[in-house]
Design a protein around this ligand. Sequence first.
Ligand SMILES: [Zn+2]
Length: 345
Amino acid sequence: MNAGAGLLRAIDEPSPAELGPDFTGMLERLGGPAILRVAGRDRRRCRLVVTLLHGNEPSGAAAVHAWLRERRVPPAVDAAFVIASVSAALLAPRFTHRLLPGTRDLNRCFLGPFDDASGELAAAILAAIEAARPECVVDIHNNTGRNPPYAIGTGLDRPRLRLAALFAHRYIHSELRIGSLMEAAATAPCITVECGRAGDPESVGVAQRGIERLLASDDIEAIPADGLDILHSMVRVRARDGLRLAVSDARHPDADLTVTHDIDRHNFERLAADTVLGWVEPEAGWPVEAHDATGRDRSRDLFYVDGDGHLRARGSWIPIMMTTDPVIARQDCLFYVVEPLTHPT
Ligand SMILES: [Zn+2]
C-alpha cells in the first residue's frame, strides 16, 4: 500500500472480537481511522465503501458493522470499508462532532491542501482508494434535516446512476467544487449517499440494504439505473461570513439572520414564490451568498428581503439539505438549490 495510506490502520477479515458487539464498540476498538478488508469470491475486483467522514454521521458505520457481523457468505468481489473520523465520532458527547475542534472539515479537504491533520487523512484515504483499485466507491453520510435518502455524484453516467439506485430513488448531479471525496476519486465511479438523519434506525437500514446489494451483485453493470428522479444542483446557499445566525420560529433578538425553525420541511419540495425563509436585522446588510458551479453569486436571483425584514424566495425553486442545526449551518451551509433534470444525457 502507498505510504500515504499509513494513517489508516488496515485490518483484514475483521474477527467478531475486533468488531465488538455493536458499532460503537467497533469504533472504540479501532481507535482511529481504519480500512477493513474482506476477501470476495472474485479476488481480482474490489468495491470500496467510505463512511464516517463526519463524526456526527454514524449510520454508515453502523451499517458496515451490521454487514460485517451478519454476513454468512463472501461478497461477490473483495470489499473494503474506510472508517474515517473515528476520533471525532467518539469525542464526548459521542456522535455530535462533525469534525475535531480546530480541524478542517474532512470532506472539504480532498482537493488539497494536504498539509494539516485533515488534509493528511484525506490524502491517506485517496491513497488507500488508489491502492485498492476499486471498481466503484460509495461514501455514506447522514444529514441533519428532514430529507429522503438520496445520492449525489459529479456525472450523469450509467455507472454512477446504477450505484445511486442501490441506495435511493433520488440522484443529485452536482458540479459544485467544495473538496468532497466524490470530486477527487477519479479512478472509479464514486457517489455520495445521504441515507437520512443520524440516529434514525431507518437511515441505518437504507445504508445496510444498499451495502448488501452493492456487495452481493456479481456484475454491477447488470443493476438497473431506471426510475431515479434526477436533479441538478445549482447553488450552495450560505449565511454571509460573520453574521450571527439563529434558528427559531420568530425573529431572534441577538441574530443578524434568523432561519425559520421548520425550514427543513421544504426539502425536495418546490417552494412557492415569496415563501418566508427567515428574518434579517436591518443593519446586518445582505444576509446570504449562493455560489453556483462557476463561482457566481446567485443569491439576489433566489432571495429578497421585504420591507418588514423577511427573507423570502424570489421565484419558485427546490431546496435540499436544509438544516435546522445552527452549528452545521454555520460550519457548512444552509442548503442547496436544485432543479429537476428533464433530459439526462
Ligand atoms: Zn457528511
